[in-house]
Design a protein around this ligand. Structure first.
Ligand code: SF4
Length: 261
């Protein structure tokens, strides 16, 4: 994606604002126990790493419902606790699918079902130990291995970013191109939303405006997505308003000033 000169200038301003205004949280607050797992004893380390990966595969993002679902699942079914991936992979696939409601890891069955083939890959390639996926501490290698086990493009990016935040891997990485990131990147830089099915466009823009580490733009964009809502963006309370291309060009219904919200 080649941005125009104007878009680059706007992008540089937006990056400065995003990085300056982001509310810095420590990695423990952001990602939970994985942030401090190096200090734990071996078995606990493995358990934390596997539980973290499981929650991420269910789309765990910043300590939301997936983490709670995984904790509940592991305390209710302790047979999974010490070797999650092996126990899942040794459960017949149809039995695993049928247990979606019982285990209640996700309200939809698809995220639950896809854990089975991923578990088979994790056991085959990494001995059922998530730590082996990132043991060399390299961001791009970790991303490649996550793609390989079938974690999915965007969730793999989130996992690598989380591991970077926790100091477990290092190197350049991309933001997770989810619905919020696509919306805020698209609106603020281009003046229109980017459809999440075209997330690579949002990612390429992040690479262009912050080439040293596009992942750093993930958290601030995600948080701004709370107010940059689909039909009712709260531009009055958005610190990107001054240069936002969408705000500058779009008439938003209900606007107090006759043109914009
Ligand atoms: S100014 Fe409005 S449209 Fe632009 S990023 Fe902020 S909330 Fe979204």
């Amino acid at each position: 994606m080649a941005l125009s000169a104007d878009q680059i200038v706007r992008g540089n301003w937006i990056v400065r604002e995003l990085l300056a205004k982001q509310k810095l949280k420590d990695s423990l607050e952001l990602w939970g126990d994985i942030a401090g797992y190096f200090g734990k004893e071996e078995a606990e380390q493995k358990h934390i790493a596997n539980a973290f990966l499981l929650a991420c595969l269910l789309d765990y993002r910043r300590r939301d419902d997936s983490w709670a679902a995984v904790s509940k699942f592991l305390s209710r079914y302790p047979e999974f606790r010490n070797d999650i991936w092996r126990v899942i992979s040794e459960t017949p696939q149809q039995e695993w699918k049928a247990a979606s409601k019982q285990y209640n890891l996700h309200w939809e069955s698809r995220p639950h079902n896809r854990l089975w083939p991923i578990a088979v890959e994790i056991v085959y390639w990494f001995g059922g130990d998530a730590r082996c996926i990132w043991s060399d501490g390299n961001a791009i290698n970790t991303l490649t291995r996550l793609y390989w086990i079938g974690a999915g493009e965007q969730i793999s990016r989130m996992i690598v970013g989380a591991l970077k935040d926790c100091g477990i891997v290092s190197g350049k990485s991309d933001p997770k191109g989810d619905v919020r990131v696509c919306r805020v990147v698209g609106r603020s830089i281009l003046g229109m939303e980017i459809d999440p099915t075209n997330a690579s466009k949002a990612i390429r823009i992040c690479r262009e405006i912050h080439p040293t580490d596009p992942w750093k733009l993930d958290g601030p964009h995600y948080l701004l997505g709370e107010i940059c809502r689909g039909h009712t963006p709260d531009c009055r309370n958005c610190y990107l308003r001054e240069k936002c291309a969408y705000y500058a060009t779009t008439i938003i219904p209900g606007a107090g000033d006759g043109s914009r919200k």
